[in-house]
Write a protein that binds this ligand. Structure first.
Ligand SMILES: Cc1cc2nc3c(=O)[nH]c(=O)nc-3n(C[C@H](O)[C@H](O)[C@H](O)COP(=O)(O)OP(=O)(O)OC[C@H]3O[C@@H](n4cnc5c(N)ncnc54)[C@H](O)[C@@H]3O)c2cc1C
Length: 428
């Protein structure tokens, strides 16, 4: 099969009738206009509509088009910052609340999938953090102690000699296993969430680009490619695709490409030899690899590969890098066919934490730093509740999303950051 440069998930979900019903002309008025039809926007829309608000989701492409349908489908505990780092930065109490939010987010996804009958294969597979160097295993040991001592969160360590029960690779220097994490099919999940939002009464408008936002008396005028929408409140849910329509948010977050390839389906024994218990995996490097098996036993192998926003050119170059990565981790797969290569943008704030709040009267939730499957779903729900006037459950309300100096949205500094991370991966 020739290489397809679209997500494997899109083909896997093709023609299954799961795409949510959407309109192309948005209504002229709504209580809340949500910009962006990914997990954040759809989860907020579902909660708002269930709470009795009229809500329209304005999506430039189609529902789920962004990172939400392209990701690795790893539903992970924790975030980009580990427990030890969270405590160092925020102290025990606040760090514990942020860690707790990551567990609540997975519980939320589990309940949502069950309540809405979303057929996306969600399962608590557990995740493995794989030590890329001996010194990284020492850090994983410290992380295990901190998680258990400070947060009462039990995880297991597997030394290098024991890791073959979990991974058919000698590349790593031991593993940390967290059984609370899970996996799902992201395209089926985001579409199912879209259908749930629409069933609750939200209007989903596709192929509608928001062009600008203006305050008008007690409301917002949202100018779109299909005419204006007047809304009492606006929630921006554009994450790694935040564009010039939202300049004040765009200068606060950085889009970074994340890249994935999918092999041809493997034999049952071939797949079991790689990941005998079907866990999802990421390693401890800055230029990390993350991988898992699909339901039809493909190895889905992703990574940062290049430190730029994703483009067609960078996707092709990244595919070659990831192919070498597969051989490095699983040498027996040296000759396997790669059938898919794709990419999408993840979104970073400078502190590498998610952010949700209000800026100039506009609500937003973004900056999941590659850990958004659970957290975007959860924060969408939290922001939906907030806009309904319900108690504020936002775990990130105290964090300010700061503008990045000398930056308007074109991340000219990413190659330098990438170089810095490469040097760190080499030295540390
Ligand atoms: C390749 C890849 C792998 C990943 N793997 C994982 C993983 O395994 N586990 C994990 O937890 N996270 C992962 N992530 C991150 C996760 O997918 C995201 O954090 C999450 O999907 C963010 O959802 P969102 O709804 O906030 O943003 P998105 O899903 O990106 O949606 C934003 C939407 O906003 C729309 N938009 C932007 N501007 C406008 C405008 N002006 N008008 C109208 N619409 C607009 C875009 O078209 C887009 O559809 C991965 C991401 C990528 C790219």
């Amino acid at each position: 099969m020739p290489l397809r440069e679209t997500p494997y998930w899109w083909d896997a979900a093709e023609d299954d009738g799961s795409a949510p019903l959407a309109v192309e002309v948005p209504p002229v008025r709504a209580d809340v206009a949500v910009i962006g039809g990914g997990l954040t926007g759809l989860s907020a829309a579902r909660t708002l509509a269930r709470g009795g608000a009229s809500v329209v989701v304005l999506e430039k492409h189609w529902i789920g088009w962004g990172a939400s349908s392209r990701n690795g489908g790893q539903v992970l505990t924790g975030g980009k910052l580990g427990a030890t780092e969270l405590i160092r930065r925020f102290g025990r109490e606040r760090a514990s609340a942020l860690h707790r939010a990551s567990l609540d987010a997975i519980d939320f996804v589990e309940r949502l999938v069950a309540d809405e009958g979303i057929d996306c294969g969600f399962r608590r597979t557990g995740h493995l953090a794989a030590a890329a160097k001996p010194s990284h295993f020492v850090e994983l040991q410290r992380e295990q102690e901190t998680l258990e001592r400070e947060f009462g969160h039990r995880v297991r360590l597997l030394r290098r000699d024991d890791q073959h029960s979990e991974i058919g690779s000698d590349r790593y220097h031991g593993l940390l296993l967290d059984e609370k994490s899970g996996a799902l099919d992201p395209t089926r999940y985001v579409r199912g969430l879209g259908r749930a939002a629409a069933r609750a009464g939200a209007v989903l408008a596709e192929d509608v680009q928001v062009l600008r936002l203006q305050r008008e008396a007690a409301a917002f005028r949202v100018d779109t490619s299909r005419g204006p929408v007047v809304a009492r409140d606006v929630l921006v849910a554009t994450n790694g695709y935040t564009d010039g329509a939202l300049p004040s948010l765009r200068r606060r977050v950085v889009p970074v490409g994340s890249y994935v390839v999918a092999t041809a389906p493997l034999s049952e024994s071939g797949a079991a030899a790689l990941l005998p218990r079907g866990r999802v995996v990421f390693d401890t490097k800055n230029f990390l690899y993350y991988f898992r098996l699909s339901a039809d036993r493909r190895l889905l192998f992703g990574g940062r590969a290049r430190f730029t926003p994703a483009t067609e050119g960078s996707t092709r170059a990244a595919a070659a890098i990831l192919r070498r990565g597969i051989t490095e981790v699983f040498p027996a797969l040296g000759a396997v066919d790669i059938e898919y290569a794709w990419s999408g943008n993840v979104c970073f704030a400078t502190d590498r934490l998610p952010h949700a709040g209000r800026l100039n009267g506009v609500h937003y939730a973004m900056g999941y730093a590659g850990h958004g499957v659970a957290m975007a779903s959860f924060l969408g729900d939290v922001m939906g509740d907030l806009l309904l006037g319900r108690p504020d459950r936002n775990p990130y309300s105290e964090r300010l999303l700061r503008p990045i100096p000398l930056y308007e949205g074109r991340p000219w500094f990413l190659p330098l950051v990438g170089l810095w991370y490469k040097v760190r991966d080499f030295l540390l």
